[in-house]
Every structure is written in C-alpha cells, then in structure tokens.
Design a protein around this ligand. Structure first.
Ligand SMILES: *Cc1c(COP(=O)(O)O)cnc(C)c1O
Length: 369
C-alpha cells in the first residue's frame, strides 16, 4: 500500500478542468508575440480604472489577513441587490462558492442534477463529494435554445436522493438562457428540500427583457441559491472573487463550510471599487453586444451554425475541422477554446473581444475557411 491507494475511488475518475491556454504559454511555445486570447470569457476592456489605481497603491494589503466577513463589500452588494448582508456568502471566485454549496449539501448516496453541456465545474464538485451526478438530456439542436437546459428533463431527473439541481443561466459553453416564466414555473415544481443553484456568472451581460432578476424570488423559494462573480463583466478574473445570494439560513450554513479567508484583501477592495464604476459595466456590456452582433453576422454570411448566446462568448460549429481551425488560429496568435471536453467535438467557443480583435479573428477565419 502507498498513499495513492488511499485516494477516494471517485477522485481517480475525475478529469481535471481544462482552462483556456494562457497567452504566455502560447507565445513561449510558438515564439510569437501580440497574441489575442478569446478563450476564457475575460473582459477585453480589462477592468475599471478605479481598480487599476487601487492596485498600484495596495501593497500594504498584502501583509494583513483579509476581513473574513467581507463587511464593506457585503454592505455594498446588499445595497445594490436590495437584500441584507447576511444573504451574501463570499467565495474565491464563484467556483469556490459552487464547491462550498456541494460540500454543504452533498455526500455519498446523494445526487446532483445538471443538464448535458452544463458548466463542467458541476460534475467536478459533485463527484469530489462522493455524490452521484445525474445528467439530463439537453434541448435538441433544432430548438431555438439548441443544446440548452431542458427544465422538464431536469424535473424528471429528481429522485428521493436528489439534493442539488445546478442550472447555469446563461450556461457556459452554450450561452443559452432561461426566461422568467420558465424558471419560475420550474422553481414552483421543485420540492422545497432540494437546493436549486442558479449560476448567474454572466448576469450583467444579459439584456433580454424576459431574463429574470431572481433575487426577488428568494423569499418565496428558500431553497434557491444564486451565484455571481467579479470574474466576468467586472474584469477581475485574476483576483478570484465570487459570491452567493441566498436565504440568511443557507448563508449561515455555507459560512461554516467556507474557508475563513477565501476572499483576499485586494480582491475585496477592488470589488467595491468595481461595483461603484457602473459606467465601466455598461461600456463592457455594449462592447459585448456589438462584438456578438458582428460575430453572429459573420456566421450567417459563412453559413456557420452557432448556439444562441446571451453571454460574452459564441460557440460556433466547424464541422469536422474544429481542432484544425483551433490549431490554425493558434498559429496566428488567436487563442480560442475547444469544447470537446463537453462532448461538443465540432464546436469552438470564442470569447467576445474588442472590435479590432474581432476583425482580426474574422480576417484570419476568412483565410482558413
Ligand atoms: C466563468 C464562470 C463562472 C465563474 O467562475 P469564477 O470562479 O467566478 O471565476 C461560474 N460559472 C460559469 C457558468 C462560468 O462560465
């Protein structure tokens, strides 16, 4: 026997999360420079200037422990969301919050439901707890939310062992979304002892009228947990900060499982400034809509199928040549994201960049296709 024989069996079956290829790695490997990363749904405009200023003068924050209760950030968020601070739980990115939720509600013998093509962190956190993933079929390709979550299939997946249902709205990598009516009807049908986790990482990007603001439903559905992040529209992916919004009772449980200093000092200070700079958020959302529009038009022109997306990325089909296109783009310094690990072998997920970046991408695709 050695230490590797002591590992929990389900850990051996896990596939590690595959992140987007870092710029430095591509440039080091190919000996190129000025490459463009459109692979991790990062904000192409960077972050608020207020945050940039903070970072140039925040060295004293490095040597002291963060405020484990994130007092000022929770106050600010609570004010913006119209809830009290005890509804909010801080995470080291929202992935950390998802992990905390899983460790709070899951164990061997319990089940978590999520859709086929849902965000890959759900199976990771489920299996790591020893629980069983129940993967329900996605909507068909000819649906107007092709490959999106099928809420009826998810309801049908419920058993006496179900403890969590994970829903990404919009989902990554499909970009598909659920409207207010569908989601509300779904919540009414889920037994109230099952936690419904609504992952809203792209909430601030969505401009659809029918997209729900679920905070208003927290009182009616005490089993509802929303997760959001500073990684996407706020452009703070490197600082790692996310949070959940739930009933104070659930918040209290999550806070027992949570590592006390999972939100670092610089991230907490930066997040407050980022929340105050809503003009940066608007500018980022507008840039995103514009780039999405350009890219969708390009797909129409080229006859390329793409998934409906309200996020900051578009998942496009390149039949039988997705990896070829990926590698060719890489050679030209354009990093996009293969999604074969989601079972989407013919697709590439492309994060929306600035207009010049999108033009560069489309010119390069023109040469390839
Ligand atoms: C990017 C993303 C997250 C956020 O991850 P962080 O840990 O907050 O950086 C969460 N859920 C989905 C669906 C995402 O795409």
């Amino acid at each position: 026997m050695n230490i590797l024989d002591s590992v929990l069996p389900q850990i051996n079956q896990l596939t590690p999360y595959t992140p987007g290829k870092p710029v430095e790695e591509v440039e080091r490997e190919l000996g190129i420079s000025h490459s463009v990363k459109l692979a991790s749904n990062e904000n192409p405009l960077g972050c608020s200037e207020k945050v940039t200023q903070l970072l140039s003068s925040s060295s004293e924050l490095c040597s002291i422990y963060p405020d484990a209760n994130a007092f000022y950030l929770k106050q600010k968020l609570a004010q913006q969301l119209g809830v009290t601070p005890d509804h909010i739980t801080i995470g080291n990115g929202s992935n950390d919050v998802l992990d905390i939720i899983a460790r709070t509600f899951l164990a061997q013998g319990k089940q978590a439901i999520f859709s086929k093509y849902a965000f890959l962190v759900y199976p990771l956190v489920t299996v790591a707890c020893g629980a069983t993933p129940i993967v329900t079929p996605a909507l068909s390709r000819d649906s107007d939310q092709a490959y999106g979550h099928d809420l009826n299939a998810m309801l049908n997946g419920i058993t006496e062992h179900t403890s969590i249902i994970f829903i990404a709205n919009p989902n990554n990598p499909t970009g598909t979304w659920l409207n207010q009516k569908e989601l509300y009807g779904f919540l009414q049908q889920v037994p109230s002892h099952i936690a419904v986790v609504l992952d809203e990482a792209y909430f601030e990007y969505v401009t659809e009228d029918e997209y729900p603001d679920c905070v208003q439903w927290l009182n009616e559905f005490p089993n509802l947990i929303l997760t959001r992040t500073f990684s996407k529209i706020y452009g703070l992916a490197g600082l790692r900060l996310g949070y959940s919004i739930s009933s104070p009772e659930i918040g209290n449980l999550l806070n027992r499982v949570r590592q006390p200093f999972n939100g670092n000092s610089i991230a907490l200070a930066a997040a407050i400034l980022a929340l105050e700079d809503q003009s940066f958020v608007e500018k980022s959302a507008q840039n995103n809509l514009h780039s999405l529009d350009m890219m969708k038009q390009y797909c129409h022109k080229k006859g390329l199928f793409y998934m409906t997306s309200v996020g900051n990325f578009l998942t496009i089909e390149f039949p039988d040549q997705a990896m070829h296109v990926y590698n060719q783009l890489l050679q030209k310094g354009l990093i996009v994201r293969p999604v074969a690990n989601y079972g989407l072998n013919d697709f590439l997920r492309i994060s929306m960049g600035t207009e010049p970046q999108m033009n560069q991408l489309m010119r390069t695709l023109d040469e390839l296709l």
